[in-house]
Each structure stands twice: as structure tokens, then as C-alpha cells.
Design a protein. Structure first.
Length: 768
């Protein structure tokens, strides 16, 4: 009870002077890169001989100031995205009055990257999972401005369909890794500052909510990770770390503007300021594009229009820092988007607002001298809530595509609340972690049906979902060369107050169906082992069980895309998966590669199953599709030669319906939207004169769009190019070309062929 009281006092008003008793002197310095430019946001960690830690960050000029105890030896670490970790030893007789200088070298291989996707900080070559990290520098050197396109350079990443977030309907932006996907709901959990980005009602991910100027780095954890992150992470988890200010920053001003083909315009800015223990930052962006005609010209008609989008983002965050003890923050976010989906009638809009309140505290600093057991103990909490309204219209297009009739107007309002708490501590060679989560989602689908140009029916459906979870992790270091990790998580959720009601205007009759409340639970264990037989080689094995609960959208909302109607299913149960993986990591100063074999068996997988198929209309329903098996091979490599960096990734994903007792005709068929082969490659060059060039290519084998394997999408390849020139330390000009060979590959065939974007060019300036 004393501990909880003490933590509560820390949260409501910790005293900044607590840590000053132990660190009576400051060390000042400057961090710069190999050509002398300052490195802002570099993380300085100081580890004392007594076990005490001190942390700070460099400001925009690369300067920092950290507290130390001058009466003992300590080790100073400098960590920054895109650079190798620098280590410097200091003894108790060294003069700390001077300003020290630290020069960082470019990161030599991905094995030296520090990753936190496993909720525990470790080097990539000491992590027993398939994790890849994208730095801010890498995000800024891609031809496409959208984060989902940047993530396509990590092999295995895909949206539900081949189109990108700039031109695709939001309901098709569900994210998948390693082919674990068969519908629009995301099988990958996306977290921004530990707050879920996945839509609370539909599970899809609107990537335009995340402007790249506000992102610090991204970590991708591939493979089932429910034992750490719960539902929606049946295929993996993507951690988006926000850009921010630190107590060493005075002011940060970053801005970007570009224009391009398809009448594309975008402007974004990040502003940060720190004063007397307070920090604030603002991220704002606006984007618009006329897009392109998504229907192939030979099949198009008078109704085919441009698929375009416009979005606006605003996010403001205020933070109170308490020296080395911790911080609390409040973030407010607004997002608005409107889209035309390829015809004059088919349109959608989204408006969402969210508040997030959280904090991170180092308990070991706050209670020094009170409880010696709390060594390197930390607590993190997040509370968040938001509202979202999604409006969409549906139409029926004539067979000659010269006429179009409105058939449905839909409004989907939803609300979400959540809270999470995580505690971590270190005991001998154990890094222990535990946490709890609680969420509630309310959502409905309010529709008006039209027939012959007149409103004919009103349909309302929806419900509530409440979920809670607890989880534990023990990260054990077995000597200098081995790591064992054990995870266990328990989730419980309940669907309540669900109903559907239909009123026919012609007869003024109403039919209402009330669904029975129901609940499910899931245990998600996971075990991992990594062994390093040599300094350069790591071998790892892991096994886990994951799940994904059906979304309110899948349970209660239907929709129409072209000539395809997909019906909801209130009887859906959770998907459950068993995942197994084994691999090897090889890392030197200039070379890195990871290869692994994996297998995922999913029972009760939720898929869009075809009920009937006629030339005029295809009817599908969401169903638990028996058992799906996915097995394959994953490989990625990186090589650095002087100023050049080359990387390559390949994924083999053999995904099939293994068992489906209620529809044996699809047993043995391939999972829709999953190609057997995927590959990516990048070539990057950068020199001391501020010139950087990059080529990015990706491609895949053919895939099927539907469960019956009727509509096949051919193989494709796309090449992008990017170039930038730094005019001075803060100003940069850049240009990007997407789809340089103008490859017009298929995105959909239901049954009209829709195609990818033609070559797209953008040119802009960046102040950073």
C-alpha cells in the first residue's frame, strides 16, 4: 500500500529536487555527425558505478546538459537514430567543467540498432524476434510521402489491397504482415506513443492520420505478438514513436512543402519549445491530390472519375518534465479527411478527435533511499479517448458504366476509451515487466437505403465492446551469449447491447432484432530463446499463441464496393493462431542479414466468403473460415560500402485454406490478397556535401482477390527514386519519382479491373 501511495504522489506532483541530491554536478557537451552537423534528439544515458542512471537529450544545436555525481566513475552512452552507439568512460578525477564533444559515425548495420518492440530495450541482434527499425532519416528519403508506402520497403508489409492510402477507401487499409490477412480489418496493431491507431469500430488503419513530419522512428515486429500486445496483433505490431522535444531543446522548427503531378499539394510543420521544465510541440499538416482514374480506360465509362483525397491533421502536446524522475503529458489530436472513390456518387468522409494523457516515471530515482529493491524500476501509463464519424455513400453502376444510382447512405459514429499501465524493473539478470489494459468501444451503423432514386428503408445496427487484459514478461539474460523470454497475457472481452433495426418507409413497419450479450477470453503465451555462438552470429527460436477479436464492423455493418455486397455476421468468434519461428542473424560492422522459417496456423479465421456470384452482383458474408495455414521463409540483408548502402528483402508466404467443413469447395485454395512471393530492395547514397540519392523497388507474384480464386491479379514490379540536396545545415531541396516505369498493374477485379497509379512526381523543400 505504501508503494501505491508513493507512486500516486509522484504522478500528481513529483518534486524536481528529489534527484538533485544525488547528482550535484552537470556534464555539458555537443554531439555532431561525421561532417560536423549537429545531431538533435540524441539520447544521452549515464550509468554510475553505484547503479544510478541519468538521462537527457541533445537540443537542435546538438548540445546537452546532464546531471552526474562527480565522486564516482560513470559510463556515458550516446544513441541516435541512424548512428552507431558511442560509449565513453569517465573517472572520478576527471574535470567536468569543460564542454565535451562527441562525433557519431553512421550506423554500420541493423544489428547495432536499439529496438523496443518487445517492450524491452535491446540491440536488434540480441532480440529473439523478427524486428526491423526505420529511422527518421530513412522515412525522409523515400519517394512517397505516405508512411504506408515507406513501410512497404520492409518485406511482408501490405494493406488489404495493393493500392496505397492516398487513393484507397479507408475500409481497405487494414494492415497485414507475412500474409496474415483475408479481409479489410487489420491483423497488425499500430501504436502511436503507445495509443492504438487502429479504428475502434472497423479495425482498419487510416495511415493519413500519421504525417511523417511528426514521426521519430518506426519499429516493425513481425509474427504473432498477442502475448505482449493483445488483439489485432495476430500478424505483428508496428510501433510508431512520435517526434518530440526534450528538456535540452530550446526551440525546434521543422517544415516541409511539396507539389507534384496529379495536382498534389502538401504542407506540414513541427514546432517545439521547452521552458523551465515545460515542453510543448505542435504537428500540423494538410494534403490534397486529384488522384487518377482507377478503372482501366478500356472498361471505363462516363461515370468513372478521379479517386482523390484531402486530409488535414493537427496535434498538440504539452509536457511537464520533472528532471530525471519522469514526465506527464497531454495530447489533443484532430483529423479530417474526404475522398472520392472513383465515381461522382461514391464518396466518404472521416472526422475524428482524440485526447491522450500519460506519463513515464523512473521510480528508482523518486524513492532513492526509501526502497533499495526498486532498482531501475519504471512505470508508464496512458489514458485516451476519442470520437470518430465515418460517412460513406454506395452506388450501383450500370453494366456500360455510363449510369450510376445511389443505393445506400451510411453514417458510422463511434467512441472509444482506454487506459493502460505498465511497470518494469530489473532484478539481477531478469528484466521483469507487467501491465494491465482496459478499453471500451461503442459504435453503430446508421443507413438509408434507396431504390429507384427514393429512400426506401432505414437500417440501424451496432453495439458495445468492453475488453480487459493483464500481461507479464520475464526477459532473462543467461550469461553473455543467451537470452530467454517468457510472456503470458490474459484477455477478456464482452459484446453488449447489440441490435439491428429496419424500418420500411412504404409500410412504416419496423423490425428489430436484439442480439444476446456474449463474451470470450484468450490466454496468449509466448516463449523465445536466442543464443550467440559467436559475436557475429545469433540463433533464435520462438513460439506463441495469438488471437484477434471480431470488430463491431464485422459483426454488425455491411458495405458495398462496385458490384460486390459484403454482409456482416453477428455470430463471428475470435480468430486464434499458433505461430512458430526459427532463424539466424549475422552482423558485422558493414553487413547484416536475418533469415528465418516460420509457420502460422489460424483457426476460425474471419474471411469474406462468397455466397452467390452472378454477372450483375456478387454477394459475400464474413465467416469464420475454418483453418488457415501459412508457412514460409523470410530473408533480409544489408551491406554498406563507403557512402553506399544496399538492402534486400524476400518473403515466401504459402497461405491456403486448410480446412473449411461448411464449404469444402474452397479447401486447398489460396488466401485472397496474399502473393506467394514478395521482394524489396533499396540502394542509398549520401556524401559529405549534402547530396543523397536512393532507389527503392518492390514487387510480388500474382495473387487472387477472392476466396474462390476466380479473380487473379497479375505479378507486378514498381521502382521509385529519390534525390535530395542540402543547401545549408537546415535547408534541403528534394524530388521523388514513384512508379518510374509507369507500371499499371491490377489492384482489383470485382469484376471491373481497377489499376495502380501511373508515374507520380513530387518536388519540395524541407527546413529541418
Amino acid at each position: 500500500m505504501k508503494l501505491f501511495t508513493l507512486v500516486f504522489l509522484i504522478l500528481i506532483g513529483p518534486n524536481p529536487s528529489i534527484s538533485q541530491d544525488f547528482f550535484s554536478q552537470r556534464i555539458r557537451g555537443r554531439v555532431f555527425d561525421s561532417i560536423g552537423l549537429p545531431v538533435s534528439g540524441a539520447r544521452i544515458s549515464i550509468k554510475m558505478r553505484s547503479g544510478e542512471n541519468s538521462n537527457c537529450k541533445t537540443n537542435q544545436d546538438g548540445k546537452f546538459e546532464c546531471r552526474v555525481n562527480p565522486n564516482e566513475n560513470f559510463v556515458l552512452f550516446v544513441k541516435a537514430d541512424g548512428f552507431t552507439i558511442l560509449r565513453r568512460n569517465f573517472n572520478d578525477t576527471q574535470d567536468l567543467n569543460e564542454e565535451f564533444e562527441f562525433s557519431l559515425s553512421p550506423e554500420v548495420a541493423r544489428g547495432t540498432v536499439v529496438v523496443t518492440a518487445g517492450r524491452t530495450e535491446s540491440l536488434a541482434n540480441e532480440t529473439p524476434w523478427s524486428v526491423v527499425s526505420l529511422t527518421r532519416k530513412e522515412l525522409e528519403s523515400t519517394a512517397s510521402p505516405a508512411l504506408d508506402d515507406a513501410l512497404r520497403q520492409t518485406v511482408g508489409f501490405s494493406l488489404f489491397r495493393r493500392s496505397n492510402s492516398r487513393n484507397a477507401n479507408p475500409t481497405s487499409q487494414g494492415t497485414s504482415l507475412r500474409g496474415v490477412n483475408s479481409s479489410g480489418a487489420s491483423r497488425t496493431l499500430i501504436l502511436f506513443d503507445d495509443v492504438p491507431v487502429n479504428g475502434p469500430f472497423g479495425g482498419w488503419v487510416q495511415w493519413s492520420r500519421l504525417p511523417s513530419i511528426g514521426v521519430g522512428r518506426i519499429e516493425v515486429l513481425r509474427g504473432g505478438s498477442s502475448s505482449l500486445y493483445g488483439s489485432d496483433s495476430i500478424a505483428g505490431t508496428i510501433i510508431v514513436v512520435p517526434r518530440g522535444t526534450s528538456k535540452a531543446d530550446d526551440e525546434i522548427v521543422s517544415a516541409e512543402f511539396y507539389g507534384g503531378t496529379q495536382k498534389t499539394l502538401s504542407g506540414s510543420t513541427f514546432l517545439g519549445i521547452t521552458r523551465s521544465g515545460w515542453a510543448g510541440d505542435i504537428t500540423a499538416s494538410s494534403f490534397q491530390t486529384m488522384g487518377y482514374r482507377i478503372v482501366e480506360k478500356s472498361q471505363g465509362g462516363a461515370v468513372d472519375d478521379f479517386a482523390n483525397s484531402r486530409s488535414d491533421n493537427f496535434s498538440g502536446r504539452i509536457t511537464r518534465n520533472f528532471d530525471d524522475v519522469g514526465n506527464i503529458f497531454l495530447r489533443a489530436t484532430y483529423f479530417g479527411e474526404s475522398r472520392n472513390n472513383g465515381t461522382p456518387v461514391q464518396m466518404n468522409r472521416t472526422h475524428s478527435r482524440q485526447l491522450a494523457f500519460g506519463g513515464d516515471f523512473d521510480i528508482s530515482r523518486a524513492v532513492k533511499g526509501i526502497s533499495p529493491r526498486l532498482v531501475d524500476s519504471k512505470i508508464r501509463f496512458r489514458m485516451y479517448g476519442g470520437r470518430q464519424v465515418f460517412d460513406q455513400t454506395f452506388s450501383a453502376v450500370g453494366s456500360d458504366r455510363n449510369s450510376e444510382n445511389l443505393v445506400r447512405v451510411q453514417r458510422v459514429p463511434s467512441q472509444s476509451l482506454g487506459i493502460s499501465v505498465q511497470f518494469s524493473t530489473v532484478h539481477k539478470n531478469h528484466a521483469l515487466l507487467s501491465g494491465a489494459e482496459l478499453t471500451e468501444v461503442r459504435g453503430s451503423s446508421d443507413e438509408t437505403g434507396f431504390f429507384g432514386g427514393f429512400a426506401s428503408t432505414a437500417l440501424g445496427s451496432g453495439g458495445r465492446e468492453t475488453a480487459s487484459a493483464i500481461y507479464f514478461q520475464d526477459f532473462i539474460r543467461l550469461g553473455e551469449r543467451a537470452v530467454f523470454v517468457g510472456n503470458l497475457r490474459y484477455d477478456s472481452w464482452e459484446n453488449r447491447r447489440a441490435l439491428t433495426s429496419t424500418r420500411r418507409f412504404a409500410t412504416n413497419s419496423t423490425t428489430t432484432t436484439v442480439f444476446q450479450d456474449r463474451g470470450q477470453t484468450a490466454w496468449s503465451p509466448g516463449v523465445s530463446l536466442l543464443h550467440r555462438p559467436t559475436r557475429r552470429i545469433s540463433l533464435y527460436l520462438n513460439a506463441s499463441r495469438s488471437f484477434r477479436a471480431p470488430t463491431l464492423n464485422e459483426l454488425y455493418r455491411g458495405f458495398r464496393v462496385g458490384d460486390v455486397i459484403t454482409e456482416p455476421n453477428e455470430d463471428l468468434t475470435a480468430e486464434r493462431a499458433n505461430s512458430y519461428e526459427g532463424g539466424m542473424i549475422f552482423s558485422t560492422r558493414q553487413t547484416f542479414f536475418r533469415g528465418n522459417l516460420y509457420r502460422t496456423d489460424i483457426s476460425d479465421s474471419i474471411a469474406n466468403i462468397t455466397i452467390s456470384n452472378t454477372p450483375a452482383l456478387i454477394l459475400r458474408q464474413r465467416q469464420n473460415a475454418g483453418k488457415i495455414q501459412i508457412h514460409g521463409f523470410e530473408f533480409e540483408a544489408e551491406k554498406r560500402i563507403l557512402d553506399f548502402r544496399f538492402s534486400f528483402g524476400y518473403l515466401l508466404a504459402a497461405a491456403r485454406f486448410a480446412e473449411f467443413p461448411s464449404n469444402i469447395e474452397i479447401e486447398g485454395l489460396r488466401i485472397p490478397q496474399v502473393p506467394v512471393h514478395q521482394y524489396t530492395f533499396q540502394a542509398n547514397y549520401g556524401n559529405s556535401n549534402g547530396l543523397s540519392l536512393s532507389l527503392q523497388g518492390r514487387g510480388s507474384a500474382g495473387q487472387f482477390e477472392d476466396d474462390t480464386n476466380t479473380f487473379r491479379l497479375e505479378s507486378y514490379f514498381q521502382l521509385d527514386a529519390f534525390a535530395a540536396k542540402r543547401l545549408n545545415p537546415k535547408l534541403q531541396m528534394f524530388a521523388g519519382i514513384e512508379n518510374a516505369f509507369n507500371s499499371r498493374y491490377s489492384v482489383g477485379k470485382t469484376p471491373v479491373r481497377t489499376i495502380s497509379s501511373p508515374v507520380n512526381v513530387r518536388v519540395g523543400i524541407r527546413w529541418n
